[in-house]
Design a binder for this molecule. Structure first.
Ligand SMILES: NC(=O)C1=CN([C@@H]2O[C@H](COP(=O)(O)OP(=O)(O)OC[C@H]3O[C@@H](n4cnc5c(N)ncnc54)[C@H](OP(=O)(O)O)[C@@H]3O)[C@@H](O)[C@H]2O)C=CC1
Ligand SMILES: CC(C)(CO)C(=O)C(=O)O
Length: 320
């Protein structure tokens, strides 16, 4: 069985812990926890899921930091990165001590253009990029609620990675599938990233700014869904201008349908959860990078740029 380190004991870290625990004994899963370290090291993580069941407890090996993980003397086959997406060199550098030459780095995060800094730092390691459709919230320290879907799409970065990297992706698919997720191994994961960013660069800042779960926002004004579609169209034009021609009107409709069938009050996107607790939001990975790619390709994004400056301003207000 592979050895796994999960870096970030929040919502997606908890899901990753649960999914891997079907195939790997929990004591061989190492989870790096920060604010919830005391609770998780004592009681483990608890998942309450509409798909998998309630009161599901997993007790992994819990450490406080990457440094403490490296002191365990283990060589990890997979390192799951389940922190909020960062492209800061110093954050990535911090992982050097736990990455062996054969370790696959698994980015379980939202965002676009998030893989390249990892590839630059670890040019020969497999970089596996995972797109998640798994709404999760931490309801109290160490306790997580999950609902609606557990769909994961994964693939290598870059798409043309060596065969050994694709084998690692295939094994990861099997591992996560055994745990209860529906997983597909994509030939080019960037297409899935652009599809997902249609949601995250529109819904996440909109809900964070107005502090409404998605279904409640959609009902808040007659033009609310159309506004969301207009933002998505700017993102889709950016994707196509950068070479991802698959992001057409049908894909926009598909993603809008996925969001607008949710029952009231709807889902609290991760960025809204951060905003409500005054935590730093993933402004660059989710929106700033799209705005930059649009500018590089001469695409006008008036609505998205407005959301970007407002959400960036809100982020600044948390630091002052
Ligand atoms: N939640 C969701 O429904 C979904 C989230 N995503 C994406 O998944 C990614 C992870 O999000 P999510 O799990 O929600 O985020 P969370 O904030 O719930 O979890 C991130 C965790 O990383 C920990 N962390 C951050 N920095 C460090 C550090 N230096 N050392 C140790 N621990 C650290 C945080 O600790 P601390 O508690 O101390 O802050 C926190 O527990 C994001 O990119 C998000 O956009 C994708 C799909 C759905
Ligand atoms: C839950 C979801 C899919 C938004 O609907 C998400 O990706 C997030 O919360 O960041």
């Amino acid at each position: 069985m592979p050895s796994v380190l999960i870096y970030g004991g929040g919502c997606i870290g908890a899901v990753a812990t649960f999914l891997t625990s079907s195939a790997i004994p929990p004591q061989d899963i190492v989870l790096v926890c920060r604010s919830n370290f005391d609770v998780v090291s004592k009681d483990g993580i608890t998942i309450n899921s509409t798909l998998w069941g309630s009161g599901l407890v997993v007790k992994p090996t819990v450490v406080r930091s990457i440094h403490d993980a490296s002191k365990l003397g283990k060589q990890f086959d997979y390192v799951f990165i389940t922190t909020k997406a960062t492209t800061k060199k110093e954050d990535i550098q911090a992982m050097v001590s736990i990455i062996a030459p054969h370790t696959s780095l698994v980015l379980m995060q939202n965002g676009i253009a998030i893989e390249q800094p990892f590839h630059e730092m670890f040019p020969t390691n497999p970089i596996l990029s995972v797109v998640l459709y798994t709404p999760v919230a931490q309801t109290s320290p160490g306790v997580f609620s999950h609902a609606l879907s557990a769909r994961l799409l994964l693939g290598t970065y870059p798409a043309s990675a060596p065969e050994g990297h694709k084998t690692s992706a295939e094994k990861l698919k099997d591992l996560l599938q055994t745990g209860g997720a529906s997983v597909t191994h994509e030939a080019d994961i960037q297409v899935s990233r652009w599809k997902k960013i249609l949601i995250n660069a529109s819904e996440n800042p909109i809900c964070a700014l107005c502090r409404l779960p998605d279904a409640t926002f959609f009902q808040s004004a007659p033009g609310a869904i159309q506004f969301m579609r207009d933002v998505m169209e700017e993102i889709a034009r950016t994707a196509r201008a950068s070479g991802c021609t698959e992001i057409d009107d049908d894909v926009i409709q598909q993603q809008l349908d996925f969001l607008t069938i949710r029952e009231l009050p709807g889902v609290v996107p991760s960025m809204m959860a951060d905003a409500l607790s005054g935590r730093e939001m993933e402004v660059d990975a989710l929106i700033g990078n799209v705005v930059d790619i649009a500018a590089e390709n001469g695409v006008e994004t008036p609505r998205l740029s407005t959301l970007y400056y407002l959400i960036r301003g809100l982020n600044c207000s948390f630091r002052t």
